[in-house]
Design a protein around this ligand. Structure first.
Ligand code: HEC
Length: 232
């Protein structure tokens, strides 16, 4: 009798243990699949928490054949180009779509664009009010927003612009001693370059032609923001 009782008890315990064990294994597999960190997440930095640059919360629509070819964005084609660095020390950031973090997206009604702003790990880890360390790189993808035949911007069901064609990739990089060639329009140690998606230079983004980039970032973003536009 005693023996049978003990067997029952043992079986119960074994089942309990098995259930516990399998629950643990299943939750571990689930967490792995959803890539949730199980270890204490104290070291999770700001940059790691951000999605990658390619995870843009906007639809991307193939251009329809009726719309005319997109024009590269003109910024200040009328202004006299001021002094600017004559060599490209910024460099096209290859693989930024996967390597950079998505910081924010803006719909621009003034020029019917969607702008996607991404930063490398160094830049993305910077908190509001902090200066950007050397090695910080930002990318701004400029897309033509989808428009109807009358030139009105078409919106998706969330009321956001739809990205139609990528027209430009603006990049700036901060390194020690950068930016001196902009003279009075110098924005700290940042240098600017404007690329086409095929990595050739835009007329207003080529080496020697980027004074207007610095001038605008100096005027509108300013020293207190380290010349970078940040969204709260
Ligand atoms: C007329 C003003 C103006 C000019 C000229 C300009 N920018 Fe900007 N730039 C902005 C604004 C404003 C933003 C913030 C995004 C937005 O609201 O469109 C920005 C954002 C950026 C960003 C994203 C990171 C940041 O600083 O916020 C990069 C990179 C950038 N610009 C590079 C360039 C380059 C390269 C050029 C020249 C080829 C240039 N910009 C010319 C106004 C300007």
């Amino acid at each position: 009798m005693k023996y049978i009782f003990n067997m029952k008890q043992l079986r119960k315990r074994t089942i309990k243990l098995l259930v516990l064990l399998s629950t643990f294994i299943v939750s571990f597999i689930l967490a792995e699949a959803l890539s949730i960190t199980i270890s204490p997440s104290t070291s999770l930095s700001l940059a790691q928490a951000l999605p990658t640059c390619s995870a843009i919360p906007r639809l991307l629509q193939a251009p329809d054949s009726k719309t005319s070819a997109p024009l590269p964005p003109t910024l200040s084609s009328t202004s006299v180009p001021g002094p600017a660095p004559r060599i490209d020390r910024v460099g096209f950031p290859k693989n930024y779509q996967n390597a950079f973090k998505l910081i924010y997206v803006v719909d621009r009604p003034d020029n019917k664009q969607v702008r996607v702003i991404c930063g490398n790990e160094i830049a993305a880890a910077v908190k509001p009010g902090q200066l950007f360390p050397y090695g910080s790189v930002f990318v701004m993808e400029i897309y033509r927003a989808k428009q109807d035949p009358d030139g009105n911007v078409v919106k998706d069901e969330k009321g956001q612009y739809i990205r139609e064609t990528l027209t430009a990739i603006y990049v700036h990089r901060k390194e020690k001693g950068f930016g001196a060639d902009y003279l009075e329009n110098r924005t700290g140690e940042w240098e600017y370059i404007g690329y086409r998606p095929d990595q050739t230079y835009l007329p207003n983004g080529a080496p020697g032609k980027t004074n207007a980039c610095a001038a605008c970032h100096l005027k509108l973003a300013g020293q207190s923001e380290d010349y970078v536009f940040r969204q709260e």
